[in-house]
Design a protein. Structure first.
Lengths: 383, 106
């Protein structure tokens, strides 16, 4: 029981290693990451109706092994670095015109050199798994200094190191409010949200750092400026990809960053779309849960947003269903819907109506009504 | 060396001066979570160190901050000994100033 409960959170680490191996083997195997993403979308959709509670032993203690889970999260940093290195190697081969030929490394056969189409597969695979790696950057952002720093480095691999500060000091505090750029208001689509949320979080981190440095009597250009430092942490990736392929390398890195940040912001989008908090403490009703079984295991329970935002200090394996708003489907399935905004709005309509009727306070319902009238062109039926 | 490890496992105590409440804080446990587990109505909101609702003033003793307090507390507060209870572990027994509404659970 204890082994299974801890091992079930290894889907991303194992899949990331398979993605690395696929890019190394080359040829069509470079698409391994994309194939896995598609496969998991199917599994997530097929298992959407299975929802589990957090398991505890007879003494009420969690089965989670903290040292094991933390070791995995820390090890994911070198795994994500390896994804970038293996991709840079393939870009180097492509831009250097290495002739396609089958070679072997020990008993492992691989294709030396890579075609343009398979390089695209390698880039998309890398981007998808760098993006999904953000779940570890998120989890570690809620930890002590060393974990927080590892979170910064993981996020820096996607050019988003500002996320760590903005998530803790902005998103967790201002959730559901217009001051939180990561909360998507009703009517916004995921594509626009990606840019607005990313820029908004970076601006928040910029302003917070400027204020702190001013209070300390230091100039903005300073080694203690963590907003700047965060972007400096991304420089090794930029140098690596320029070295590997010049302009092609830069385009590939830009694609990795854009797609991985799109996945990050899609999670923010799905986690709080259309929910409203007027004032006061963050409650369970200010988040959407996506806790179908595959989503829970794959995304290390990040889908239990309702509990997470009220008990931000809680380890992911202890988070539980708290009866908050729930889409009823997993992240993979919902993500596919968000890609076509009219379909997503159609799907989410009934859930928002339910939220307005059964979860919102009177003040929140008033604001929701304004959104419904102004942005969706309909009046809420809630009186 | 062994003594150091042994010492780290010793629970510390926090005394709330204005409430006459005294409670144990286990190693690797924050001041706030210990207080809440004892049923103390310690003011709090976000529990991740961003809102400042749980701040209190350490009058004596030493805490280990889990995060940089300077994003939430201003320099005057830090200089005066204020800490964020949700992000503080105890390095020694401490005395704390904070207004607690309710008494400890029996």
């Amino acid at each position: 029981m204890k082994f299974f409960i801890n091992a079930r959170y290894l889907i991303v680490p194992i899949s990331s290693l398979m993605t690395i191996f696929g890019i190394f083997i080359g040829s069509t195997y470079a698409w391994t990451g994309v194939i896995l993403f598609g496969l998991y979308t199917i599994i997530d959709t097929l298992t959407k109706d299975i929802h589990l509670k957090a398991e505890i032993d007879d003494d009420g203690n969690s089965y989670g092994i903290k040292i094991f889970q933390y070791l995995v999260m820390y090890v994911m940093l070198p795994v994500f670095i390896t994804i970038q290195i293996i991709l840079a190697w393939r870009i180097y081969q492509y831009t250097s015109g290495v002739i396609l030929q089958n070679l072997s490394l020990g008993s492992i056969e691989y294709q030396n050199g890579i075609s343009g189409i398979n390089l695209i597969g390698a880039v998309i695979s890398s981007a998808l798994w760098a993006g999904l790696g953000i779940i570890y950057g998120h989890e570690l952002s809620h930890n002590k200094k060393e974990g927080f720093f590892v979170s910064r480095l993981i996020m820096a691999l996607s050019g988003a190191s500002h996320f760590t500060y903005a998530h803790v000091y902005n998103h967790h505090l201002d959730l559901g409010h217009e001051d939180d750029p990561a909360t998507a208001p009703r009517g916004r689509n995921v594509y626009l949200h990606t840019w607005l949320s990313h820029a908004g979080q970076s601006k928040f981190s910029f302003d917070m750092e400027a204020k702190k440095l001013k209070n300390q009597g230091k100039s903005f250009i300073n080694k203690d400026n963590r907003w700047l430092l965060g972007y400096f942490y991304s420089l090794p990736s930029i140098f690596l990809f320029i070295w590997s392929g010049g302009l092609v390398g830069l385009v590939a890195l830009a694609a990795v960053w854009i797609l991985s940040n799109f996945l990050l912001e899609a999670l923010n989008f799905m986690g709080h779309y259309g929910l409203i908090r007027k004032d006061g403490a963050v409650e369970h009703r200010h988040s959407w849960d996506n806790d179908s079984v595959f989503t829970s295991w794959f995304f290390i329970e990040i889908g239990r947003q309702c509990d997470h935002h009220v008990r931000g200090e809680t380890y992911f394996w202890e988070l539980d269903d708290v009866g908050g708003p729930n889409y009823g489907i997993g992240y993979f399935s919902l993500f596919v819907l968000t890609l076509y905004p009219p379909l997503f709005r159609k799907f989410v309509h009934k859930h928002l109506d339910n939220w307005d009727k059964n979860f919102a306070t009177d003040e929140e319902r008033l604001i929701a009504n304004k959104f419904n009238i102004d942005q969706l062109g309909k009046a809420s039926l809630v009186s | 060396m062994l003594k150091i490890f042994k010492k780290n496992k010793i629970p510390k105590r926090a005394a709330l001066l204005q409430s006459n409440i005294n409670f144990e804080v286990l190693p690797r446990t924050t001041l706030l979570s210990s207080a809440l587990s004892k049923g103390i109505d310690w003011p709090h909101r976000c529990k991740v160190g961003s809102c400042g609702t749980c701040k209190c003033r350490v009058v004596s003793g030493e805490v280990k901050p889990n995060i940089d307090f300077s994003y939430t507390l201003n320099q005057e507060e830090i200089d005066a000994g204020f800490v964020l209870a949700c992000q503080s572990e105890l390095l020694s027994d401490i005395e704390v100033e904070i207004n607690i509404k309710n008494k400890e659970k029996k």
